[in-house]
Write a protein that binds this ligand. Structure first.
Ligand SMILES: Nc1ncnc2c1ncn2[C@@H]1O[C@H](COP(=O)(O)OP(=O)(O)OP(=O)(O)O)[C@@H](O)[C@H]1O
Length: 245
């Protein structure tokens, strides 16, 4: 079960890089166990928001709280402890090509000088790759590689999973499988999931709410209504229309 309270809170957060304002006065609270989509066109500030949420970046102004703790008040060790509770998956899977499925999955544990072969086996089974444990990434399909990446992200039993365009390199059917795995992860482990994507259909399929960013500003937070997607006018207008209908 997801615990009560907020997995992440952004309070009046601004991030500036010299002349560029990547995020401007953002207020956002993400509850434990929520699946939140972050959508917006290129340069809208999505990656910057992910870097705030994984404590690799601090805001220029405002406050970020992760599980009630402000990473800016911690030293590097404290921030690393926070990052141990956060899993990440990426568009390009980021697997080590010279390691097998099970070696890739156990890597985060090894980096923490831990071992748990039983949990590795359980997660391989959980993501549906029990017959692929000894395979190398080159022997897997895109969808299978993303399943390995998800199992690797889950091996440290994170409370927050950040997914950066996890289905953008996959076809429609494979995408559906990965999205349903993310949904199952939330249901079975109570994991909070933040899904950055330009694919509105993906947001529509699994997200509870969607944050629409436009040139660094939070244009809207939409309660997603699940159902058929439809075509519309501009991307941003369509985002609101598609997600709310
Ligand atoms: N390290 C940096 N130094 C300078 N400018 C940056 C830096 N990181 C991001 N920016 C700028 O901040 C803005 C937001 O960038 P960000 O990468 O967060 O957008 P995005 O929505 O993730 O875009 P994309 O979908 O193309 O990845 C852009 O104008 C970008 O050029």
């Amino acid at each position: 079960m997801a615990k009560p309270g907020h997995a992440a809170v952004l309070r009046d957060v601004t991030v500036r890089y010299k002349a560029t304002t990547a995020l401007q006065s953002i207020d956002l609270s993400i509850e434990h166990g929520e699946i939140v989509g972050i959508v917006g066109e290129s340069g809208a500030g999505k990656s910057t928001m992910l870097r705030l949420l994984d404590a690799t970046e601090q805001p220029t102004e405002g406050t970020v709280l992760l599980d009630g703790v402000d990473p800016a008040t911690l030293g590097e060790r404290g921030r690393r402890r926070i990052r141990h509770r956060i899993g990440m998956v990426f568009q390009g899977f980021n697997l080590l090509s010279n390691r097998t499925v099970e070696q890739n999955i156990e890597l985060p544990l090894r980096l923490q000088r831990r071992r748990d072969p039983e949990l590795v086996a359980k997660l391989i089974d959980y993501v549906g790759l029990a017959d692929r444990a000894k395979h190398y990434p080159a022997q897997l399909s895109g969808g299978q590689k993303q399943r390995v990446a998800i199992a690797r992200a889950l091996i440290t039993q994170p409370t927050l999973l950040l997914a950066d365009e996890p289905t953008s390199a996959l076809d429609e059917r494979t995408t559906a499988g990965i999205l349903s795995l993310l949904e199952r992860t939330r249901r079975d482990f109570g994991t909070t999931i933040v899904l950055v994507t330009h694919e509105l259909a993906a947001v529509k399929a699994v997200c509870d709410r969607a944050v629409i960013l436009e040139r660094g500003e939070l244009r809207d937070i939409v309660q997603v209504v699940h159902g058929e997607t439809q075509q519309g006018a501009s991307y941003l207008d369509r985002a609101k229309q598609v997600l709310e209908s």
